[in-house]
Each structure stands twice: as C-alpha cells, then as structure tokens.
Design a binder for this molecule. Structure first.
Ligand code: C2E
Ligand code: CA
Ligand code: CA
Length: 574
C-alpha cells in the first residue's frame, strides 16, 4: 500500500492514493494498532507481575536485613553490656578500690562477677594489697620501734605518755616515767665490740620487759638509754619497781661466754607532781638520772633542786677550760694503808673542782666532760704535774710517800704521753718508783695491743702500774699475765659488802689469791667499815683504801693526818 502511495505521489494523479490509504493502509494501521495495544497490555501485565515479584523480593530482603541488623544490634548491646559487667565494672571497682587504698580507706568491695582476666587482675590486686599492707605495717612498726631491740622508740613513747597523761588527768591518777642509762656501756662496746654491745642492749630490754606489767611501756631511746612508762603508778610504788629492775639487771649477763656485769642509773619523775606534760616529765626524769649517776643508790627521784646542774652542763664545758687555765682545779689525796704494817704507804690523787656556781663537781664527771671536749690530755697533764710537785714537796718535808694517779682511757691513746712523762721526770726530781699510774681494767682492754706497748714504755721508765676498778672489766687472767703491772685494785663495788655478800667475798678472796700467784700486789678500795678492813687483812690483801681509813684530804691535812694517825691501828683504839 505504501509503495503504491509512493508511486502515486511521484505521479501527478491527484488524490489517487485516498483509496489505497482507506482500503489498504488504514485497516493495516488499525490492525497494527490493535496488535500494539495487545502487546502493550501483555507487556503491561507482565511488567506488573515482575514489579510485584521484585518488590516481594525487596521486602523479603529488607526483612532479612532488619532481622540481621536487629541481631547485630542486640549482639553489640549484649557485648557492651557483658563487657560492662564482666570487664569495665570490675576494672572500675578494682580501680576505685586501688584509689581508696591509696587514700588509706578500706572496705571497698571487690566485684563478685569475674572473668578469668578480671579474676587475675583482682588476684594481682589482692596480692598487691596484702603486700602493701604488710609493708605498711612493717614501716609503721619500724617508725615506732627500735630496730635492734624491737622495743617502742621515742616517738611511740611520747604517744603512749600523751595518752597515759590524758587518762591520769581524767581519773585523777598518777603515772611515773623512768629514764635508764647503763653505766660504762661505752666501755663494753669499745673493749668487746659492737656485737657484744648489741646483745647486752637486747638482753637488757628483755630483762626490763620481764620485770614489768603488760600495761607498762619499755622504750629504747637510743644508745644505752631506755625509758619506762608506768601508768597508774605513784612514785612510792615506782621506787619499789625501780629496785626490782636494778635487781634484775644485777645478775650476770652471759654473752659469747663472757660474764658481764651491768649497772644502770635510773631517774624517776611522777605525773603530776614532777611535770604535767610529756616534755617536762622526760626532762625531769633525765635530770634525776644524772643525779643517780653521781650517787650510790643507782636511782634518784626528781628534785627541782637538781635542775641547776643539768641546765648548767653546757656552761660547764667552757667553765672547765677556764678552771684549767686559771688553776681552779685541785687535787685531794686519799691515804692507802699497808694491811701488814698498818702504815700509810701512799695516797691516791683525786681531782676536785669547786665550781663557783654549782659547787663540787664529781671528778668522774669532770673527766667525762673533759673527754667529750678534748680537754682530757690537758687535765691529765695538769694532774700529773701537780701530783709530781706535791710528792716532791712532801719529800722535802721528809714525808716519804707514794702517789697514785688516775689515767683515763683517752690518755693511753695520746702518743705524747710517754714524752710528757719523761720531760716531767727530768723537770721535777721525784723517784719514778714513787709514782703509780692507775688505769682501769676496761681502758687497758680497749686496745690491748696499743695499751701493751704504752704500758711497757711506762714500766721501762720505772713508773709503776695498777689495774684500777678490777673486776668490773673483762680481762682474762692470761692477758693480765702479759701486762707489766705491779698492783691490782679491786673495785669498791665488790669490797664494800664482803661481810654480807658471799659472792663478793668469794670474788675478792679469789682475786687476791690469783694476783698473788702472778706476783701482783692487791689493794682493796671502798673500805668503809672496820669488819671489812679486818676481813681483808685475814684474806691476805696487801693494802686498803677507803673512808674507814680516811676521806680524801687536802695536801696540808694529809701531812697532819700522817703525823697523828700513823699507824692506822691507833684508830681502832680510839
Ligand atoms: P676511782 O679511781 O675508783 O677513785 C676512788 C673513788 O672512790 C674516789 O671517788 C673516792 O673518793 C671514792 N672512795 C674512796 N673511799 C671510798 C669508800 O670507802 N667508799 C666509797 N663509797 N667511795 C670511796 P672520787 O674522788 O669521786 O673519784 C671518782 C672517780 O673519778 C675515780 O674513781 C676516778 O675514776 C675518777 N678520777 C678522779 N680523779 C681523777 C683524775 O685525776 N684523773 C682521771 N682520769 N680520773 C679521775
Ligand atoms: Ca683510781
Ligand atoms: Ca676504783
């Protein structure tokens, strides 16, 4: 039809195509149109079907996705929750417990639910806490206790005193503080070594503890100083306890097979009569202790009168220097009696210092003061020169007498000592045999090698040597044999009581016998009574010295004494 139409169009036939269009083309077009609409419909219906299927698929997929996402979310939430419960919260509470621990608070609970890891963490933490606690307890103990003896230290003592004072104030009660200082402990340390010294300190602590009640506090304040707090105890009871303590320290200490005798000086101060606060009580017990050191009893109760002395101690140091240069020191002379002839054979020179403010200062304290301030060599040189001049002057008055002079441990260490003695002997005409140097047993033992050398040099000059305070030191007989000594002086602590104390009697007796076996003469000091004097005579003791014979006298008095009291036998008939 179209081809026909095309041809017609190229021809000039007008409207000849109408028929073709009408009959052929239009029906065809209609046919095509209906086909197309069928096709369209078919396509449309199949499209609708596809879309439906597709959207179904899409919906399914969406649902699946939602479910998956839901699960995912739930998983995440669960994970977070369980992490929270199993990890974060335990860690947090461990951390909080740690922090609390750091600030010293306890009682923070550790989590109950634990994973293996948190369990490990908690275990590690608990272990650390245990360690920290025990270390802390150790540190606290260390801070409040003395390492050597395990006794409370000064800080803890102060604390307990503070509490005890509060209780005493509230209940209107007393308490007493004791200050204890061991006599001659330094010598034990110097002569026998720190090991022995340490053991002595420990043993003393044990003995003190054993003598006291549970509620009392025994503290070591350092060195050989102890303090005892007796709560709810007045001074009278405290004195009784003090005597018990002295007694418990009296029996021999056996350390490294050595027999050591320890004496202590004890000062007492009572609340409230001697002080109302910690510092005052300590200070006053301290003053009393110094007083005890000077006396014979071994203890002293605080007395306000004694304050001057301790306060003046510092001033004393400079005063001593001055006394030495201004010749305010003096020597007194105590007679020594030969127990066979009962004649006075010599004197011991004893240092005296009459202080313008404090009165007579005990010589052992002068010596300690001089040792502490480096004045001891000057003091000794003064004593030696003064003594030499004195016998020289007595010799000129026809009074032939020997003299004993005390040396301190420090003097033996001075290398100038020998040269000084030589120049003194050449300067002052005295027979060296008339001079005896008394050296304490412990001073000799302080450095046996050096002592031996010095002693040999002294002995080579014909000066005689005596072992002073014998029995209080620790020398062995084997060692004594090596010493060039001619005399042994038994300490007064053994002599004074020989009549009543069998032990002392035995010690004195055996010392005399042993010394005689070694060819050494024996003198007993501290003879205060006639019965002791007689007993010593019966024991074959060579000489005696003590208040029974005479107190130490001034040089002038001594000459009078020699003229009137010779022989001493005469005394007994008075
Ligand atoms: P020491 O060497 O044992 O001297 C004997 C002490 O006992 C003296 O004390 C004397 O007065 C005292 N005494 C004498 N007879 C008796 C008695 O019957 N009973 C009692 N209870 N005591 C008696 P003093 O004079 O107080 O001397 C004490 C210590 O001071 C001396 O003890 C001595 O170690 C030391 N000393 C004294 N003068 C000097 C000195 O010039 N140089 C040195 N380094 N020390 C000295
Ligand atoms: Ca002496
Ligand atoms: Ca003595």
């Amino acid at each position: 039809g179209f081809m026909g139409v095309k041809e017609i169009h190229h021809s000039d036939a007008w409207r000849a195509d109408t028929k073709i269009i009408k009959d052929t083309i239009l029906p065809r077009l209609k046919e095509i149109d209906s086909f197309l609409s069928i096709l369209d419909k078919a396509i449309e219906s199949s499209g609708t079907r596809d879309v439906r299927a597709l959207s179904q698929v899409a919906r399914l997929q969406t649902t699946i996705l939602q479910i998956v996402a839901g699960f995912g979310l739930a998983f995440i939430v669960l994970t977070i929750l369980s992490l929270q419960r199993l990890v974060f919260r335990p860690i947090d509470s461990v951390a909080r417990a740690l922090k609390a621990e750091a600030f010293g608070k306890s009682g923070i609970l550790l989590p109950a639910v634990r994973t293996r890891e948190t369990q490990n963490l908690i275990d590690a933490f608990s272990e650390m806490r245990k360690q920290v606690h025990s270390r802390q307890a150790d540190l606290e103990h260390q801070a409040l206790h003395d390492a050597l003896t395990g006794l409370p230290n000064r800080t803890l003592l102060h604390d307990r005193m503070e509490q005890a004072i509060n209780v005493a104030r509230r209940d209107h009660k007393n308490l007493t503080l004791l200050m204890i200082d061991l006599d001659r402990f330094k010598e034990i340390n110097d002569t026998l070594g720190h090991h022995v010294g340490d053991n002595v300190l420990k043993d003393v602590g044990q003995r003190l503890l054993a003598t006291l009640r549970q509620i009392d506090t025994v503290a070591r304040l350092g060195g050989d100083e102890y303090a005892i707090l007796l709560p709810d105890t007045d001074i009278t009871t405290a004195v009784t306890i003090t005597k018990k303590i002295s007694k418990s320290l009296d029996s021999v200490f056996i350390i490294d097979e050595l027999n050591l005798f320890i004496k202590a000086s004890i000062g007492l101060a009572e609340y409230p009569s001697h002080g109302k606060d910690v510092a005052t009580l300590i200070q006053h017990a301290d003053v009393a202790m110094y007083v005890a050191k000077r006396g014979q009893l071994g203890f002293a109760v605080y007395n306000p009168r004694d304050d001057d002395y301790s306060i003046g101690r510092l001033a004393l140091i400079s005063d001593l220097r001055e006394a030495l240069t201004q010749k305010r020191l003096k020597l007194h002379y105590q007679p020594k009696v030969n127990l066979k002839s009962e004649n006075i054979i010599g004197v011991e020179a004893l240092l005296r210092w009459d202080h313008p403010k404090y009165g007579a200062i005990p010589p052992d304290q002068i010596v300690t003061l001089a040792e502490q301030t480096g004045l001891i060599d000057d003091v000794t040189k003064w004593v030696l020169r003064e003594a030499a001049q004195q016998i020289n002057s007595w010799q000129q008055q026809n009074c032939l007498i020997d003299i004993s002079i005390n040396l301190s441990m420090h003097n033996l260490r001075n290398p100038d000592l020998i040269a000084f003695l030589k120049s003194l002997l050449s300067e002052i005409p005295v027979r060296p045999e008339s001079i005896t140097l008394e050296i304490t047993e412990s001073a000799m033992m302080a450095n046996p090698k050096r002592s031996l050398k010095t002693l040999a040099e002294i002995s080579d000059m014909s000066i005689r040597l005596s072992i002073d305070d014998f029995g209080t030191g620790f020398s062995s007989l084997a060692y004594l044999k090596k010493l060039p000594v001619t005399e042994l002086k038994i300490d007064k602590s053994f002599v004074m009581d020989i009549i009543h104390d069998e032990n002392d009697f035995a010690i004195v007796k055996s010392t005399i016998d042993l010394a005689h076996n070694l060819g050494i003469e024996v003198i007993a000091e501290g003879v205060e009574k006639q019965d002791v004097y007689e007993a010593l005579k019966n024991m074959n003791c060579d000489a005696a010295q003590g208040f029974y014979i005479s107190y130490p006298l001034e040089a002038k008095q001594l000459v009078e004494f020699m003229n009137t009291e010779q022989p001493v036998r005469a005394k007994k008939t008075i």
